[in-house]
Design a protein around this ligand. Structure first.
Ligand code: ADP
Length: 180
């Protein structure tokens, strides 16, 4: 399923983000940047140790990555050239700026993609796994943040692919994209 915004495309697929042949894949990282479970673990396993080494170097210089922000490394053994590590909010009931931080995550990752000059970026569903963000709300926020960015930034990537890992998440994003 896909939809176009100002000549740029958002596409939804059911699949594994570690298999995407794109300019950059986005990781749902945690503030330590030192890896974790879920999609973070999968990216580090598939991409090999150079990604973690690079994350460690960034951390030594800049400290932890605040929630709502992102950093990038090379893609190691992944088919993607770069990994953009975005740190999402932990769901705390909705009154702790979660929506703002989640939107900021997508925008920060896309700003890095612009700097890197990549034409296609693949995102997972940030914060809706271990971080507990309700998928319906997260899908609307993610798609609104990305579509606004694509429509307003002349240098935005041509294509953003959401790679959803299970069919319930895929169906939820499909419903949200439909009603956007
Ligand atoms: P967070 O800590 O930000 O919630 P998780 O990795 O726990 O991140 O989950 C985010 C989403 O990524 C969940 O929907 C999870 O099912 C999904 N996910 C896990 N592994 C992969 C993968 N290999 N490719 C794409 N999505 C994945």
């Amino acid at each position: 399923m896909e939809k176009t915004f100002g000549g740029k495309t958002i596409e939804l697929v059911l699949g594994d983000i570690t298999r995407q042949e794109v300019g950059a894949v986005v990781n749902a990282a945690n503030p330590t940047l030192l890896g974790g479970g879920g999609v973070d673990g999968a990216i580090h396993r598939a991409g090999g140790p150079t990604i973690l080494e690079e994350c460690q170097r960034i951390r030594n210089v800049r400290g932890e990555c605040p929630r709502g922000q992102a950093v990038f490394t090379l893609g190691g053994n992944l088919p993607a050239r770069y990994v953009i590590h975005a740190v999402g909010p932990v769901w705390q009931g909705g009154e702790a700026d979660e929506a703002k931080l989640l939107a900021s995550c997508y925008r920060s990752a896309l700003r890095i993609a612009v700097k890197l000059g990549v034409r296609t970026v693949a995102f997972p569903s940030i914060s809706t796994g271990a971080y507990g963000y309700p998928v319906g709300e997260a899908a609307s926020i993610a798609l609104l943040a990305v579509s606004s960015f694509l429509a307003s930034e002349p240098n935005a990537p041509d294509r953003v692919r959401f790679v959803l890992y299970d069919s319930l998440t895929f169906m939820t994003y499909a419903g949200a994209l439909d009603s956007l």
